[in-house]
Write a protein that binds this ligand. Structure first.
Ligand code: Q5B
Length: 610
């Protein structure tokens, strides 16, 4: 890199703290710079305590930028990345900047945070000076070398960067205290010259890591920089080191300078402007005194800020006339692909969605279930049966229907530790597995034999009833096909030891349902199967399956087509799955609470045979 150059088209930075937007803006700037900027300007991200990769765009491509948990690890992984862009808060900016300065690979540190303690900044400055390193900031937006490298949010949006022609180098070196004003000046300079070669905002603190004169002296050594523009501000004495440099003849290129804050004299008392350093102290620190001193030292100083643009223009045109500047040839920057989200927002494009959902919406003030806001569910005193009717059936069912759903859930919540589901859950919990593993291991046993016969019971009972089959014809036709009647039969319940749950459901339905024709049909089937074997009772699955058919058909809330669809899709096993989850969770807690050891089935209970 030539003397004075801080950055080049191959400069890469390490970015401290993951901030998606400024990093993406740096990468977008790289792309804007065209083919000269082939590598992304951010080599790695340091996100204390986290490691991995962050996906970002480099032009149209997505790239994965490595994330490191420490500054040391990042520097070791990216030895050619010599700029450290510090987006730490003011609390940790000094410590992290010092760590970065101590890394042999780091040459430039930019500190964005405002409010870094002055004593800490002084230590950073002392360390940087004695180790030949450069600090930009604190309290800075950063800097930019046009067409080569940009720090963080410098120069604002891509539109502004294009507007200010920062995608290619011009002939002007610019340095200011204020980051906000630097954006303004990039515009001004682009209007009246061939543009910026490099721009730096040193930051508004009392003790900036590098000074206006540091950068002017550096620009003076960069052959491509033909003239310089300085924007100082009242407060502090930084501008006087530039005055000294000018007086000593250390600067041999034209310097246009303005110190803002001349209005401070209109105030009766001392005035503190936005920056910590922008405070009108004694006369020497006034904008007027500094402007005068700069003028006397040889800088071109206009009579007001309003005249600054014309002064820059005149100076530039004179250099062109003298043949010292050949204005750069205009190039057309590449178009940055627009982000899909912003393009959609502005109505420029439309994109297909990947998911369609009709049961709930959480985008508003509160989630809605099938259009009913949660607060209304709570205010109306609705229960879990109503929530199920909204989320599964997408409608508010009459109270007797939702009560029936709730009774199903209560009655199926558990049936002791010996059934398939509970057994699996208990074994899993005792194997030291977590709640979800124990729960799903139990749930996975729900199927055609255990608890998951409700849908098939509804399908077969409906088909047989609707086709007018007698119970005899129905059961025998099933037997011929070799299919066990779903909803019939139980391991422990008998004709003389009925399932209480079935009786309770039947009682509720007989009292509340307008019609129980499917249930009565199931009872007739049971009468016939019981004549064959005493365990072939209507079981809880069969009772729920047949009664839900009555609910669907009798409530007047579903069309025939909807009922067929519900039966076809198979909604009703969901009732058992939901209910039994309650019990399986209970069994998991029970085993854990009892600190039960690993389960091993006894040899005596296994028939070993050939
Ligand atoms: N046979 C439930 O069988 C069980 C027949 C049948 C015609 C039938 C069996 C069955 C249909 C599926 C069903 C839900 C496997 C049950 C539940 C939840 C639970 C569980 C709990 C809880 C029981 C003996 C003879 C054989 C068979 C014949 C049996 N079932 N014929 N239709 N449905 N049902 N499942 O006792 O001539 O001797 O060869 O598959 O509805 O899971 O509490 O435990 O809350 O957790 O093992 O209530 O009925 O009878 O297999 O020895 O058969 O009866 O063909 O005839 P078993 P098997 P044959 S509720």
């Amino acid at each position: 890199m030539a003397t004075g150059q801080l950055f080049s088209r191959t400069t890469q930075a390490l970015f401290y703290n993951y901030k998606q937007l400024p990093i993406q803006r740096m990468l977008d700037f790289d792309f804007l710079c065209g083919t000269g900027r082939e590598t992304p300007s951010v080599a790695g991200i340091i996100n204390p305590g986290a490691e991995g990769f962050q996906k970002l765009f480099f032009g149209q491509e997505e790239i994965a930028i490595p994330v490191h948990s420490t500054i040391e690890a990042a520097c070791a992984a990216h030895p050619t990345a010599d700029v450290f862009i510090n987006f730490a808060s003011y609390r940790s900016a000094a410590a992290s900047s010092m760590s970065a300065l101590k890394q042999p690979t780091i040459r430039v540190v930019a500190i964005i945070a405002e409010g870094v303690p002055e004593s800490d900044t002084k230590q950073l400055i002392a360390y940087a000076r004695s180790n030949n390193k450069v600090v930009i900031g604190p309290a800075t937006v950063g800097g930019i070398q046009a067409g080569a490298f940009k720090i963080g949010d410098t120069a604002g949006t891509i539109d502004n960067i294009v507007h200010c022609k920062l995608y290619r180098p011009g002939s002007v070196g610019f340095v200011s205290k204020s980051g906000g004003m630097s954006n303004e000046m990039y515009n001004t300079i682009a209007r009246v010259t061939d543009g910026i070669y490099e721009g730096i905002a040193i930051g508004g603190d009392v003790f900036p890591g590098s000074t206006l004169s540091d950068h002017i002296l550096r620009f003076n050594n960069i052959p491509q920089v033909k003239m310089m523009v300085v924007l100082g501000e009242l407060g502090g004495r930084d501008e006087y080191s530039l005055v000294e440099a000018l007086k000593q003849g250390k600067v041999n290129k034209p310097v246009v300078a303005w110190v803002s804050g001349t209005c401070a004299r209109l105030f009766k008392s001392e005035v503190q402007f936005g920056h910590a350093g922008a405070k009108s102290g004694g006369e020497m620190e006034s904008a007027q005194a500094k402007n005068q001193a700069l003028r006397e030292a040889g800088a071109v100083v206009p009579t007001s800020y309003e005249a600054l643009e014309a002064t820059i223009k005149e100076t530039f045109e004179q250099l062109v006339e003298e043949g010292k500047i050949t204005p750069v040839k205009e190039v057309k920057p590449p178009q940055i692909p627009e982000d899909l989200n912003s393009a959609i927002k502005s109505g420029k494009v439309r994109a297909p969605t990947h998911i369609i959902s009709t049961i709930s919406d959480d985008r508003g003030e509160e989630p809605c279930y099938a259009g009913v806001p949660m607060s209304s569910i709570v205010e109306q005193g609705l229960g879990v049966g109503d929530v199920i009717s909204l989320l599964w059936f997408k409608r508010s069912l009459p109270r007797y229907c939702t009560k029936f759903i709730e009774i199903c859930i209560m009655l199926c919540a558990d049936h002791g530790p010996c059934v398939s589901g509970a057994h699996n859950t208990i074994v899993t919990a005792r194997a030291g597995k977590d709640l979800v593993s124990s729960l799903v291991s139990g749930l996975l046993t729900i199927g055609p034999r255990f608890g998951g016969a409700i849908d098939d019971a509804a399908r077969y009972f409906k088909d047989a009833y609707d086709r007018g089959l007698t119970p005899y014809e129905f059961v025998e036709s099933m037997k011929k096909k070799g299919i066990r009647v779903p909803g019939i039969g139980h391991r422990i319940k008998r004709g003389d030891n009925r399932d209480k749950r079935v009786e309770l459901l039947q009682l509720f339905a007989r009292t509340n349902f307008p019609s129980v024709k499917y249930m009565e049909y199931a009872v007739q089937v049971e009468t016939y199967t019981l004549s064959k074997a005493n365990n072939l009772v209507l079981n809880v699955d069969g009772a729920i399956g047949s009664l839900f058919l009555d609910l669907l058909a009798g409530s007047g809330m579903f069309t025939k087509q909807e009922i067929d669809e519900i039966v076809e899709i198979g909604y009703l096993n969901g009732l058992f799955v939901l209910a039994r989850s309650i019990g399986l969770i209970g069994h998991t807690f029970d085993q854990k609470r009892l600190k039960q050891p690993l389960y091993r089935h006894p040899w005596e209970d296994v028939l070993y045979t050939k």
